[in-house]
Design a protein around this ligand. Structure first.
Ligand SMILES: [Zn+2]
Length: 225
């Protein structure tokens, strides 16, 4: 069975719910302030406590990890992430394992950072993930023909999920605002370019970003030769 993928969009922040033969997998979780909406979206898709088998977060930032503690508690879901972002979620410190000053921060990102508190994202609820995952981790035991790619750049522990059909969930390695895929916040440029080069060698058709609409990988490659 080809898994069904549902995009849950919270004002530019995406979570992806994957329905498999054995239950559900959620990729990223949004801010705590969107908890009620998240619950409704899960429920309408048939996802409830007991059948949410796994939550994978693409990295430790608040807008992706914000509902992990809640989902662990209420849904009994196991949370998976890369070890290189652990301190971010265990301490609620998004600067953990990052440079004091990122190599690149776009003006848009700066503005977003300034206005973000106006939207009251909610307090970071720290948690310990149930498992740490990295390059090559297979999601097939959860009924999802996909594997994990380690894609540092935005953070050290950023990961992507690539399906056998060529769909990539890229987290914040690439944003897609205003139809122009690119990265707004790069912690480490060398890591970022290495991750992009790695992606160019893979058979990727569509990219599902953490922010913005899906886009063809071809489009990103054309713009970043
Ligand atoms: Zn993000």
């Amino acid at each position: 069975m080809t898994p069904e993928i549902k995009t849950i969009n919270f004002g530019g922040i995406n979570c992806y719910l994957v329905k498999t033969d054995t239950g559900y997998i959620l990729i990223d979780t949004g801010f705590p302030a969107k908890r009620t909406d998240l619950g409704k979206e899960l429920e309408s898709a048939g996802c409830k406590p007991g059948n949410l088998k796994l939550v994978v977060i693409t990295h430790g930032d608040h807008d992706h990890a914000g509902n992990c503690a809640y989902l662990q508690g209420k849904y009994g879901a196991r949370i998976a992430m890369h070890a290189d972002d652990l301190g971010m979620v265990e301490r609620g410190d998004m600067g953990w394992n990052r440079k004091a000053k990122p190599d690149k921060m776009s003006i848009i990102f700066r503005i977003m950072g300034l206005i973000a508190p106006l939207f009251k994202p909610g307090k970071f609820e720290t948690f310990k993930p149930d498992l740490t995952i990295g390059e090559g981790y297979a999601l097939s035991p959860y009924g999802f023909d996909a594997q994990v790619l380690h894609l540092p750049g935005h953070s050290k522990g950023s990961i992507g999920i690539l399906t056998t059909g060529g769909e990539l969930f890229c987290g914040d390695l690439i944003y897609n605002f205003w139809g122009k895929p690119g990265c707004l916040y790069i912690n480490d440029l060398a890591d970022f370019y290495a991750s992009v080069e790695k992606l160019k060698k893979l058979d990727i058709k569509t990219v599902y970003p953490g922010h913005g609409k899906p886009f063809p990988m071809e489009q990103f490659i054309k713009n970043n030769r």
